[in-house]
Ligand binder design. Sequence first.
Ligand code: ADP
Ligand code: MG
Length: 476
Amino acid sequence: MEFETVIGLEIHAQLATESRIFCSCSTEFGCPPNQNTCPVCLGLPGSLPVLNQKVIEYAVKLGLATNCSIRSDSQFARKNYFYPDLPKAYQISQYERPICEHGHLEISTGEGQKQIGITRIHLEEDAGKLLHQENSDSSSVDLNRAGIPLVEIVSEPELSSSEEAKSYMEKMHAILTALGICSGDMEKGHMRCDANVSIRPKGQKEFGTRTEIKNLNSFRFVKQAIDYEIERHREEILDGRELVQETRLWDSERKLTFSMRSKEEAEEYRYFPDPDLPVVELDTAWVDGLRESLPELPDARKLRYREKLGLSEYDAEVLSLSGEASEFFEEVLEAGGDPKQACNWILGDMTRMMNEKDLSLRKLGIKPGMIAELISLIQEGTISGKMAKNLLPDLQNSDQSVKELVEAKGLVQVSDEQELLKMIDGLIQEHAAQVEEYRGGKTKVLGFFVGQLMKQTQGKANPGVANKLIKSRLDG
Ligand code: ADP
Ligand code: MG
């Protein structure tokens, strides 16, 4: 039986405001437990929430960037449940009137661009954190995180593979960071996602039973967890077992999902409008002002890289999805670097170095101006591409210019024709037999002479010039 996959993602992103969503406590991280709190985030009786305007601004920007309609009568609602990290016993969220809805974004897939619907974007407060002590039968509660503003972005069930889900998440990450409304730091959980997965026989209209995998905090985990879950669904169905709708967790060590709890229904949360918070009435002119203030977004950036700078589809896509890489790239261009070469350095050797050293692009300590200088030294023939690659580690945290480093290492390429010709003539005399072979039609022998010349110059002969000169001597 042939199956098709249906996936919908719920992405949670932490908004990078200075204060919390309903009180003036800072969003700063790392205070001693419960020190960064007030009666509002502690949920003390009698305290009242006051909405942070910045949170609305950020959510509206996100809605505009993802083609949503923005509600002018958005409302907060109480989501009731009992858990020790939630002192009020309800989370302030949004239910029937989310701030943004009916949007979409485009992702790149193997078969070209695909539009994915965004059902809604709503605001909510984060809960506290439970700390389970080992060898103890009690847990501690830290409420420093309570009231940190979050957006939840719910997609339509329109993703059809783990690759598409990953691509959707990468695009959302790029938009959130381009807008400057979320740090995008997934290791810190500032962006994470719940993946809803189901499969159905190809051609069937109704959806299959879905399971939800909670709290995936890396692009890789999203892909791996979904692939695992698809395969598990398949086996269950083919073995004639009934799938249960449930919430599962991803074990990244063992690379499998396991059941966490059966899926709760919305009724169980007894949502109702929060009487402590007024309806959020948005002024059209204010929203229009935000629309005009939006920065260049990843799609526009990609288009510009393709059309104005002549990058390939793939290069433009990868660069435009990373705020850090595209910013670095543009600084190399400002310093005079050629776009294609700059892109090759960033996506090639520098990315390899980042992976090896587990550092971000900026943390490598190589300045954009150095890459521009490296590119021009290659272009003018002072050093070879190979020399440049070898030099890259020396650029890290160096105060010297690339030129100074090249000189200090004695790397300068030999392009001087007179100097090279002298050596070539010597080689031709020495290797008469090979010259014979070449002249007899075995032109591959050219490589032998290039090799000999490189050996003699310790790799410093300019390969282009060397080839040309050797050929002219052998042919002549
Ligand atoms: P809930 O309120 O239970 O979380 P929603 O209807 O809001 O459920 O859907 C949550 C997410 O699950 C959405 O992203 C939606 O696209 C996705 N989804 C819904 N049904 C399915 C399904 N059968 N298979 C995969 N994803 C689904
Ligand atoms: Mg949900």
